[in-house]
Design a protein around this ligand. Structure first.
Ligand code: ATR
Length: 348
């Protein structure tokens, strides 16, 4: 069963800095060759334009998605038809991959060059929301945000965001220039951000953008998801998708699925509705490469959960309901995002 698409997608304000976005965004990571089977550019452009036409105008990409290809794709999708003017476009800098290794950069020269590169690929004059994708723990966060502040003053970016930042990193960044949004993984199986990071965002008036709200697709079909993943799909190496953890995690999916059936919606819609019910300062950005899945996802906006149903879901999605970390060990996350003091920085 599926809840039907909401007739209009409501708009929300990402708190105090005034950026208004559609209440659900569109994660574009999977649209370009990053992992999994190649997608056709015309199909992805049609999907992006369909989303914008449906009222989902908050589009999320990064320079790392498809190693620049995703931004080029978005640039093409925004061309003509007044599409650019309707969209709130978010991209990110700071996460790189070279010589078989992940690298994180937040030094001023890199930040500036990354921004120029994104503007060129997206073929626009100004990025609406520019996130530091991962925090460079060698560079005081004040230095990175200081460069972003200059980019705001120069009109190259409108708003500043952080992704995978600890509460203390958020506070330090916000003291240099107001942070508009923090992007974090938040879903029925990723709730570690609720202890400190979300209260900090709320205290400081920062909007919350929830990525992977479908548990990277797990809440659509549970462990069956693995059956259709290509060998190079990055989920193949994520701890939660390893066989030793999946059998345990499947119980969580089964319980969510049972409630979804009772409510007459799909488990994906229920997982998304749970995020929507966290408040109007929260915007989930489910990723999809298919128009039918996109349509299903906006249907989540019309799924209403009672306080009893929220409590039931929260009981199911408790800390011990999931086995395996969000990422492979050593990968950059909010847990290792604290940076040296500003006094230690020597500009080269
Ligand atoms: P992320 O954005 O990090 O990829 P996510 O938003 O939690 O994580 O989940 C995205 C995954 O869920 C994608 O694999 C997407 O697959 P498609 O591109 O095939 O759609 C899948 N997904 C999204 N919406 C879905 C839906 N309604 N039903 C089934 N799968 C869905």
């Amino acid at each position: 069963m599926t809840a039907t698409a909401a007739s209009t997608v409501r708009r929300i304000k990402l708190r105090s800095q005034g950026l208004e976005v559609s209440a659900q965004g569109l994660g574009c990571m999977g649209m370009s060759p990053f992992s999994g089977p190649p997608k056709s550019d015309p199909d992805m452009i049609a999907l992006i334009r369909h989303a914008v036409g449906s009222g989902v105008t908050f589009l999320d990409t990064s320079n790392i998605y498809g190693f620049n290809a995703d931004e080029i794709l978005l640039g093409k999708a925004l061309k003509g038809g007044g599409v650019r003017q309707k969209v709130e476009l978010a991209t990110k800098f700071g996460l790189g991959f070279a010589d078989g290794k992940w690298d994180v950069r937040g030094d001023p020269a890199y930040v500036r060059a990354a921004c120029e590169g994104s503007l060129k690929r997206l073929d626009i004059d100004c990025i609406d929301l520019y996130y530091q994708h991962r925090i460079d723990t060698r560079v005081p966060i004040e230095v990175t945000i200081g460069e972003l502040k200059k980019l705001v003053e120069e009109g190259k970016i409108k708003y500043i965001g952080l992704s995978e930042a600890s509460a203390s990193a958020i506070r330090r960044a916000h003291a240099v220039h107001p942070i508009t949004a923090v992007q974090l993984e938040w879903s029925l199986w990723s709730r570690d951000v609720e202890a400190e990071i979300i209260p900090t965002c709320r205290e400081l008036g920062i909007g919350i953008v929830a990525y992977s709200p479908l548990g990277r697709g797990f809440f659509s079909v549970g462990s069956k998801l693995l059956e259709n993943l290509s060998k190079d799909d990055f989920r193949q190496i994520l701890p939660r998708f390893q066989p030793e953890n999946l059998a345990h995690n499947e119980k969580l999916f089964d319980q969510v699925n049972e409630i979804a059936q009772r409510k007459g919606c799909t488990p994906s819609q229920l997982a998304l509705a749970w995020v929507h019910h966290q408040g109007d300062d929260v915007c989930p950005i489910p990723g999809t490469t298919k128009i039918e899945n996109f349509n299903q996802n906006i249907g989540a906006l019309s799924v209403k959960l009672t306080p009893e149903e929220m409590a039931e879901l929260e009981l199911i999605a408790s800390a011990d309901s999931v086995k395996g970390g969000r990422y492979q060990s050593g990968f950059s996350t909010w847990e290792n995002s604290d940076t040296p003091p500003l006094s230690s920085w020597k500009a080269s």
